[in-house]
Design a protein around this ligand. Structure first.
Ligand SMILES: [Fe+2]
Ligand SMILES: [Fe+2]
Length: 406
């Protein structure tokens, strides 16, 4: 994509990664992504963030086209975040642009050496409150530690009422549009949730504190420019801040997710019976075979669900590997305020249900609905009835939890 003028002097100069599906090596981005970077043409020409190594030519061409082909006209580079999707071409950018200053957070300065192996760069270290002039405009820096790395910071330009927020408020979407109000809102919300659920979620308590700290700063913000996806402007700024508070608060939703793995369909049929019980209580439910979807897609479904019910047969005294992978992934993302249960079939030893219960405990899911259900070999009518009742009991306890939360 060619540079996009946000104002006369501020241009989007990033890259649109239409074909990207693998995000950070562990998450899936079904709509591609964008790596946003911004060039401010003031007395000091300032580049805010760079892009992933693979997309560097798009960035360099975009910047060069705005500077008469001369990349050395860039005076300052702001590194809001060291992760390679935003700083992967930083070494080459520094070599080609020869900036007078590189702005980064204190944690960024600590980590630049170990990530990019340079200790001779002209760093200006920017704790929260640090201010730098670029001519007619100033940059105010706000550390946003653990949102989602220790080094993350945001850059605020008060004269433009613009907050460059790094990964916060980003979404993985490859689009020709640049503003959030130009695309389908449902799809955008899904992408915002998917990003939060898979990248930001473990740090929800810090998100609340960061939102409170931002509110205290009382910044006049008319545009929030994240490093992925669409830019928020006007009323959308308040809208996205509110969505983040909602995500971080994690009020349990009246919705359940049943995930399972299966060998010869016994556990699969139990999953269907559990789901029928949940639905019978008026709680919408989704059933997913963990082998059919990427673990990050399943995580996004869980993010929207107040209950997680897990089924797996016993295999070699344990659980099946796809299920183990999903549960390990869930544990790391620390979902909040979920209830749930587990079930499974077995041939002879029958450890899976106990192992699933231990996983739910490690993930932080509160076990409800009574004893988990395990069945030897194939479930019969009586077992399906128990599964149905188990689903009903979990749904009832979810509804009680929702009432208690509000
Ligand atoms: Fe990041
Ligand atoms: Fe990122």
């Amino acid at each position: 994509m060619r540079p996009f003028p946000i104002t006369d002097d501020i241009h989007w100069v990033g890259a649109v990664a239409w074909a990207t599906r693998d995000f950070h090596g562990y998450s899936r981005s079904p709509f591609g992504t964008t790596y946003n970077a911004f060039l401010v043409k003031d007395e000091k020409i300032t580049l805010l963030d760079t892009v992933e190594e693979e997309n560097k030519d798009e960035l360099f061409c975009n910047v060069a086209s705005l500077l008469g082909g001369d990349l050395t006209r860039v005076d300052y580079i702001v590194v809001n975040h060291l992760e390679p999707d935003h700083a992967g071409c930083l070494v080459e950018a520094v070599e080609r642009m020869k900036p007078e200053k590189i702005f980064c957070s204190p944690m960024g300065a600590k980590n630049i050496r170990s990530i990019y192996h340079h200790d001779d760069w002209p760093l200006e270290i920017c704790p929260t409150g640090h201010v730098a002039s670029i001519g007619k405009r100033t940059m105010q820096f706000i550390e946003t530690r653990m949102l989602h790395w220790p080094d993350n910071m945001a850059t605020y330009i008060p004269e433009e009422k613009m907050l460059f927020s790094s990964d916060a408020f980003g979404q993985n979407m490859a689009t020709s549009e640049r503003f959030a109000d130009e695309v389908d809102r449902d799809k955008l919300l899904r992408a915002l949730k998917e990003y939060y659920a898979n990248i930001v979620q473990p740090f929800s308590p810090i998100v609340i504190k960061t939102l409170d700290a931002l509110a205290k700063l009382n910044l006049d913000v008319e545009m929030i420019l994240p490093d992925h996806g669409l830019i928020w402007r006007g009323q959308d700024c308040a809208w996205v801040l509110e969505r983040y508070r909602e995500f971080a608060t994690a009020k349990p939703a009246k919705r359940a997710l049943v995930i399972y793995d299966t060998m010869w369909h016994s556990t699969e049929h139990m999953a269907e019976a559990v789901a029928s019980g949940i639905a019978a209580e008026g709680v919408p439910v989704k059933v997913m075979n963990v082998k059919n979807d990427h673990h990050s897609t399943i995580m996004t479904e869980l993010f929207d669900s107040g209950a997680l019910v897990v089924g797996c047969p016993t295999h070699n005294n344990g659980i099946l590997p796809a299920m183990a992978g999903v549960l390990q992934y869930f544990k790391g993302l620390r979902p909040l305020n979920k209830v749930g249960g587990c079930f499974g079939s077995f041939g002879w030893s029958g450890e899976s249900v106990k192992i699933l219960a231990e996983w739910l405990d490690k993930i932080g899911v509160e076990m409800v609905g009574g004893d988990p259900i395990k069945v030897q070999n194939r479930p019969d009518h009586e077992t399906f009835t128990r599964c149905h009742e188990y689903g009903r009991a979990i749904a009832r306890e979810l509804k009680t939890k929702i009432e208690a939360f509000s």
